[in-house]
Design a protein around this ligand. Structure first.
Ligand SMILES: [Zn+2]
Length: 60
């Protein structure tokens, strides 16, 4: 009978570990990437992808 209780506790611990590990590791890099991926143009204020130059500089 005690084995069932131990298995149940282990099952809850595994669920808790996965829940705690997945949320910060998945959400934080995604937010950091989205922030780094977009850079605001200093001249016109338009948001552009990182590494790409704004079209306002090419036109002018
Ligand atoms: Zn611009």
């Amino acid at each position: 009978m005690s084995k069932i209780v131990i298995l149940f506790l282990i099952f809850i611990m595994v669920l808790g570990i996965f829940g705690k590990l997945r949320l910060p590791k998945v959400s934080n890099p995604f937010k950091r990437k989205t922030v780094k991926a977009t850079q605001k143009c200093e001249s016109c204020g338009r948001y552009n992808m990182a590494g790409e130059k704004c079209s306002c500089g090419k036109d002018a």
